[in-house]
Write a new protein. Structure first.
Length: 329
């Protein structure tokens, strides 16, 4: 069986609007630090679209701990069921930035529907923080053949992780069936027999393990997908060009917030307001890695793997798509 997949198969059924073209140059922001942080009345509101997951927690921490206000911006939050569902609001100027998984980003970039730039690299998966939970009758990776797997959204990074992992284990990625099952629903869907397994991230991963006793028989963040970049805060190029100081202020505020997001004690102050989880449960979460600076080298892994898996037909240079992180005085 072939370890590769057709691009049509991978993209079939994707529910998001196509996402746009890469930047023609790297000159939007130069990464230098502005002088003093501007006052809130000067920079104003930044409208953020995000999911109710640990990925969003760093922005909530930036609000709660005053990092945004210190930089002269006020954040307004809109919660979306999935990252791609925030894209229409981004295009319609209803939000200024949103969290978008990188696979959906590069798929859309190839279709040239809009022009996006990564403002902040949000998170990398670890072996423990992003897992493929399975029903008790699945004992080995080969048992997944012919079964239905929940991947949150068609064409998402979750689907890429599953497909790449199957290929690494000499299993045809097209030998399983894929279903769009939201993270909070994966545990119950497996328990009900609707799917044989599903990709889950925190805090829903720990909840599914506790409530349904589910385990994983195959790590999907290992080998070619180890420490894989998952998502970033993205914005339209035109908005970035018009709001350079606001963008830099957001980036600077997110540096300490990303550090705080790696601390369960800090997360306990914001996650219970985002998702149905208590502070004791926060202490059990398997955390992603939250970068404090942007890296084109790190981001380049995404299109490289997508090209290798025939999920992209175009080559991308990540250096043209990610803004430098400004220095902090």
């Amino acid at each position: 069986m072939s370890a590769r997949l057709s691009r049509r198969t991978f993209l079939l059924g994707t529910g998001m609007a196509a996402v746009g073209t890469g930047l023609s140059g790297c000159g939007l922001l130069d990464g230098s630090s502005s002088n003093d942080a501007a006052s809130a009345t000067q920079l104003g509101v930044v409208r953020l679209g995000m999911q109710a997951t640990t990925v969003a927690a760093s922005a909530k921490l930036a609000e709660r701990k005053g990092y945004f206000s210190k930089e002269g911006i006020k954040a307004e939050f809109t919660i979306f069921e999935a990252g791609p569902k925030a894209v229409p609001s981004l295009l319609g100027d209803e939000v200024d930035m949103c969290v978008l998984n990188y696979v959906s980003l590069f798929q859309g970039l190839e279709k040239k529907t809009f022009d996006l730039v990564v403002v902040v690299d949000a998170n990398e998966a670890t072996r423990e923080s992003c897992q493929l939970l399975v029903s008790n009758d699945i004992k080995a990776p080969q048992d997944l053949i012919g079964k239905q797997i929940g991947i949150h959204a068609f064409g998402s990074v979750n689907e890429l992780l599953v497909r790449a992992t199957l290929a690494d284990n000499q299993i045809d990625p097209n030998s399983v069936k894929y279903a769009a099952v939201q993270f909070p629903d994966v545990g119950q869907s497996i328990a009900n027999g609707q799917i044989a397994g599903g990709v889950v991230i925190e805090p829903y991963l720990t909840q599914a393990q506790q409530r349904h006793g589910l385990n994983s028989v195959i790590p999907i963040v290992a080998g070619s997908t180890a420490q894989f970049p998952l998502a970033g805060w993205v914005a339209k190029r035109t908005w970035v060009e018009k709001n350079p100081e606001k963008v830099k202020a957001f980036q600077r505020a997110m540096i300490p917030a990303q550090t705080d997001a790696s601390n369960r004690n800090e997360l306990a102050g914001v996650l219970p307001d985002l998702v149905k989880i208590n502070k004791d449960q926060v202490m059990l979460l398997h955390l992603d890695t939250f970068p404090t600076s942007n890296s084109a080298t790190r981001l380049q892994r995404v299109p490289n793997l997508m090209n290798a898996m025939k999920a992209l037909g175009q080559q991308f240079d990540a250096k043209t798509l990610i803004l430098p992180t400004p220095s902090v005085a």
